[in-house]
Design a protein around this ligand. Structure first.
Ligand code: CTP
Ligand code: CA
Length: 223
C-alpha cells in the first residue's frame, strides 16, 4: 500500500531544520526579537520525523509546544551567531538544511554588561547595530554536491522579485516565499510560492502549515 510505503520514505536521511526567532541581547535583561512563532519549522520537523528521517531541530524563540519525538533532536539556541554555529556543526553530517527560522539581521555592536538605565533628562536612546552573518548563504556556498539547502523569504511587498533575488544571492536550491503582511505569524495556515533553480516557480494554494511541510518534503526528496 502506498501509505505504508510512504511511512518510512525518509529513513536514513538526516535533516537540519531551524525554527523560531533568534534573540539578540541588548543587555542582560533585554533583547531584539521578532514575531516568528516557529510553527512552520516545527511542522517540517514533525512531518520529516514521521516519515522516518533523523531530524535536528535547531530552534530559537518559539511560541508553540516543541515536538516530543524519538526522531527529533531538540537543540536550543539564542542568538543568530549561536544558530550559525549549531547549523554548521549539524549540517556537516546531514543531507538537507531547511532554514525556516527568522534570523535577526542585526545585533548589538556591543552587548551592555549591565542593565541599561534611563536618565531623568534622557528622551531618546540610540543603539548601534551591526549586521549578523547570513547563515543560509554561508552554508549554501560551502555545501557538498549531494547536500541541499532550502530557505524561506518573508516579504511584505514585491514578493516574487525579492524572493528571486534571494534564491540567486544566497545560492539556495529552493526558496519558499511568503507574504508576511497578511497575518502569517502564529497562524496555522499559509500561502507560499516555491522558487527553484532554473526559474521554476509554483504558487501553492492556501493550506495548513502541516500540509505545506509534507508537500515541501515531497518536493525536496521527490517521493
Ligand atoms: N537567513 C539566514 N541568516 C540571516 C538572515 C536570514 O540564514 N542572518 C535566512 C532565513 O532563515 C531565511 C532566508 O535567509 O531562510 C531569508 O530570510 P529573510 O529575512 O526573508 O531575508 P534576508 O536575506 O534576511 O533579507 P531581508 O530581511 O532584508 O528581506
Ligand atoms: Ca531578514
Amino acid at each position: 500500500e502506498t501509505f505504508l510505503n510512504e511511512r518510512n520514505v525518509l529513513q536514513g536521511k538526516t535533516l537540519v531544520v531551524t525554527a523560531g526567532g533568534t534573540e539578540e541581547a541588548i543587555d542582560p535583561v533585554r533583547f531584539i526579537g521578532n514575531r516568528s512563532s516557529g510553527k512552520m519549522g516545527i511542522a517540517i520537523a514533525k512531518a520529516a520525523a514521521k516519515l522516518g528521517a533523523n531530524v535536528k531541530l535547531i530552534y530559537g524563540n518559539v511560541t508553540v509546544t516543541l515536538p516530543q519525538d524519538k526522531n527529533i533532536e531538540l537543540i536550543h539556541v539564542e542568538s543568530s551567531e549561536d544558530m550559525l554555529q549549531a547549523v554548521k556543526k549539524q549540517f556537516a553530517r546531514s543531507d538537507i538544511l531547511i532554514m525556516a527560522a527568522a534570523v535577526a539581521d542585526w545585533r548589538m555592536k556591543k552587548v551592555a554588561d549591565h542593565k541599561l538605565k534611563k536618565q531623568a533628562d534622557q528622551t531618546s536612546l540610540q543603539l548601534t547595530l551591526v549586521k549578523t552573518k547570513d547563515i543560509l548563504r554561508e552554508v549554501a556556498h560551502n555545501k557538498k554536491d549531494n547536500q541541499k539547502v532550502i530557505g524561506f523569504a518573508a516579504e511584505t511587498n514585491d514578493l516574487l522579485q525579492n524572493a528571486k533575488k534571494k534564491l540567486q544571492s544566497k545560492g539556495a536550491d529552493m526558496i519558499v516565499a511568503n507574504d508576511v503582511s497578511k497575518n502569517v505569524f502564529g497562524n496555522d495556515e499559509d500561502q507560499v510560492i516555491i522558487l527553484k533553480q532554473k526559474g521554476k516557480i509554483e504558487k501553492w494554494p492556501r493550506m495548513s502549515k502541516n500540509q505545506i511541510a509534507l508537500r515541501l518534503l515531497k518536493e525536496i526528496f521527490e517521493f
